[in-house]
Design a protein around this ligand. Structure first.
Ligand SMILES: [Zn+2]
Length: 412
């Protein structure tokens, strides 16, 4: 039994990072001065990147210190700022070389500060940043209830940036201890571009995603671009329309996953369930080479965002998460494991007679893969909910007609 490829894994307990993200406003200082500091920091990091890029072998942290510390200090950077600069440049170059990428060119205005150069006061929602010989005080603009979630946690660093519109953003990753509860049941989530399908052992639920709406907006933007061929580039009105469409599309892709993640995580917590998802890395390892059209690209992005949002929320609320290998989840019979035959919207198993709606197969298979993985460890919990919840059963009852359950699926 053992030694086969892992079919499922539980997201382990331990220390994770939760990031506070807020817009900031300077209390008394000038934005131009802050911008100047971020600009100098970016230039310094780029300088280190350029120097490292030429080397055949990358230096260690200690060697980097020898190489760059003095020069950076001479430019007025504080001791820990200098350290942050070469450490960050080193990690950027490392990952670019590992991926056989081009030399990284920094575009964003951003700086990272450790505890020696920054102070965080969550009570007053204030961040104080020391950059070279200047001190900047910023107020974090976010609702109280959001900021309070981070009170009592330790932070790693403070990341300050200025976007194209001149807005200041403060990101603070906090340490978060993840202690998931012992689950009593499971809820699986199968993610598609159009629909999410949830299965809790009893019922299939379908939730429409907003990704198709996002895709539609992107298509509209491209239509406008096509229709007006090159004219749109010079026409301010068209340019504005195109930008607005892209922006609305992006907002959906960013915001909707957070809302859904919160819904599913709180629901799982109420019912003491573990959330089951497909293992992202395995899934997209193959898919990434498959296609680069807009729908596929957006669907991968949507999937990543949603998966990330669910994991983040689950860690915050101590909800257990199981990641299952997505191999064959849409092609095998959840009951007997034979290959399914598809006919329009229906999936059928010729061996055991199982019949189900096409889009419920994924969620069902994901559910059972996780159940198989967890059941031996959870004892009495290993009830097979698809047969009879009150009577614990070890395996899958072949005689249980699964179709009866299909009719009772509640569609939302
Ligand atoms: Zn079957």
């Amino acid at each position: 039994m053992r030694g086969k490829t892992t079919q499922a894994r539980v997201v382990p307990r331990g220390e994770y990072m939760l990031t506070l993200k807020a817009q900031g406003v300077l209390v008394d200082d000038s934005l131009e001065e802050l911008r100047e500091e971020l600009y100098l920091t970016r230039r310094a990091i780029q300088y280190v990147i350029d120097a490292l890029w030429e080397l055949d072998k990358l230096p260690s942290i200690n060697q980097s210190h020898q190489m760059f510390y003095k020069i950076l200090r001479e430019q007025g950077f504080r001791a820990h700022q200098a350290k942050q600069i070469y450490k960050y440049a080193l990690s950027v170059v490392k990952s670019a070389k590992r991926n056989n990428g081009k030399k990284p060119v920094l575009k964003k205005l951003t700086t990272r500060l450790d505890k020696y150069d920054a102070r965080v006061d969550l009570e007053r929602q204030i961040v104080v940043a020391k950059l070279r010989n200047k001190v900047f005080e910023m107020k974090m603009l976010h609702r109280r209830s959001y900021i309070e979630k981070f009170v009592g946690r330790k932070w790693y660093e403070v990341i300050i940036s200025i976007d194209k519109k001149g807005r200041i953003w403060v990101n603070i990753p906090f340490r978060s201890e993840y202690k998931p509860y012992k689950p009593k049941r499971l809820v699986s989530v199968d993610i598609n571009l159009k629909k999410l399908v949830l299965y809790d052992g009893k019922r299939i639920r379908r939730v429409n995603t907003r990704f198709t709406e996002a895709l539609h907006l992107k298509h509209l933007a491209e239509e406008v671009q096509k229709r007006h061929s090159y004219a749109w580039r010079r026409n301010v009105k068209w340019l504005e329309i195109i930008r607005a469409l892209h922006r609305r599309s992006r907002n959906i892709v960013v915001d909707w996953p957070h809302k859904f993640a919160k819904y599913i995580v709180l629901k799982a917590r109420r019912t003491r369930s573990a959330i089951v998802l497909e293992d992202l890395e395995k899934l997209w390892f193959n898919a990434s080479i498959r296609s680069s059209n807009l729908a596929d690209k957006l669907s991968r992005l949507a999937y990543r965002k949603l998966q990330q949002a669910i994991l983040t929320k689950a860690i915050e609320y101590n909800v257990p998460v199981v990641l299952v290998n997505p191999k064959n989840t849409s092609t095998t019979c959840p009951r007997c494991g034979s290959k399914l035959v598809y006919s329009h919207r229906l999936a059928m198993c010729e061996k055991c007679g199982f019949i189900a709606d096409r889009d419920s197969i994924g969620a069902t298979n994901i559910y059972f893969k996780a159940l198989k993985h967890l059941a031996p460890r959870l004892g009495s919990w290993s009830t097979h909910p698809m047969t009879d919840e009150t009577q614990p059963k070890g395996g899958f009852s072949k005689n249980e007609p699964m179709t009866t359950h299909i009719h009772s699926y509640k569609i939302i």
